[in-house]
Design a protein. Structure first.
Length: 290
């Protein structure tokens, strides 16, 4: 798929995008990286086909497209299961097949509250799970994700990573945005920078020295008898190793998931003692406060 000389503006307003040249080859994980208001979401909508460019052309767009927009779900009384079943039918699945596919995806993504929960009653994280499920009702040749990790719990992060890799291994194209540089670099095989209406290919996306893992040392909270609490850190998304020595636990986690793991630990009463970036040849450790 190719975007050639794409420009976009609304009415007589300032151009959002100008002279955009983008290649989206099959089998790649492609990131559009840029700040808020840079035009990333507009570019994604043009890729999907829900927004038409003012100038330029899009060629070789696949027939089967999955799309997770930046805002979801619609304000509906319809349940998550009914909504997904309906979307499956719209995409060509028969009723029973659509229902089974919907149930399978919701189970895989671990929707909290049950498949019969109304869309309008879903939390942000669970709404995002339904949004992902609707994009996958029919396996897409092109999957487009706008800030897909937003609101997801740590367990769903791992499932999303699996899904992204499954799409590209099957020869599909995956395009995503995320505002975190660490996540972009950890997942993308090709990075486009979006700024000031222009889109440029990062010719050397690995030029920055970045850790493959983050090392965390956490202090466990204690109960009324002074016994440290335990936790199954190995089941959390991105965790490579976890060693418990009583009061402290040392964890190596894929850097893209480190922030989420730290936040989860702090919410549960754990304290961060140390945090360091693990490189192939060195470890840089910084002290933390409890």
């Amino acid at each position: 798929m190719k975007l050639r000389d794409i420009g976009k503006r609304y009415g007589r307003q300032t151009w959002v995008l100008t002279h955009v040249q983008v290649d989206l080859p099959p089998g790649e994980l492609i990131a559009f990286s840029g700040g808020n208001g840079s035009g990333k979401s507009t570019l994604l909508r043009i890729v999907v086909g829900v927004t038409r460019p003012t100038t330029g052309r899009v060629t070789d767009r696949p027939a089967l497209i999955g799309y997770v927009p930046d805002r979801f779900p619609p304000d509906e009384r319809m349940s998550a299961l009914d909504y997904l079943t309906h979307m499956g039918r719209v995409s060509g699945l028969r009723g029973e097949a659509a229902g089974r596919r919907a149930e399978s995806l919701l189970e895989r993504l671990a929707l909290v509250g049950g498949a019969d929960t109304a869309l309008r009653a879903l939390s942000k994280g669970n709404a995002q799970k339904v949004a992902l499920a609707q994009a996958l009702m029919v396996p897409p040749q092109l999957l487009v994700l706008d800030e897909p990790w937003s609101g997801l719990d740590s367990s769903a992060h791992g499932v999303l990573a699996e899904i992204m890799n499954e799409i590209t291994r099957a020869g599909g194209t995956l395009v995503f945005t995320d505002h975190r540089e660490s996540v972009v670099r950890a997942n993308a095989t090709r990075i486009y920078r979006v700024a000031g209406g222009s889109v440029t290919l990062d010719e050397n996306p690995t030029r920055m020295t970045r850790p493959t893992e983050t090392r965390l040392v956490l202090r466990a909270p204690v109960n009324e008898y002074g016994i440290p609490r335990t936790a199954d850190w190995r089941s959390c998304a991105g965790v490579v190793t976890a060693h418990d020595n009583g009061a402290h636990t040392t964890i190596h986690v894929t850097s893209a998931y480190a922030d989420e793991l730290i936040l989860a630990a702090l919410r549960e009463g754990w304290s961060m003692v140390e945090a360091g970036m693990v490189h192939t040849s060195q470890v840089s450790v910084h002290g933390g406060a409890s």
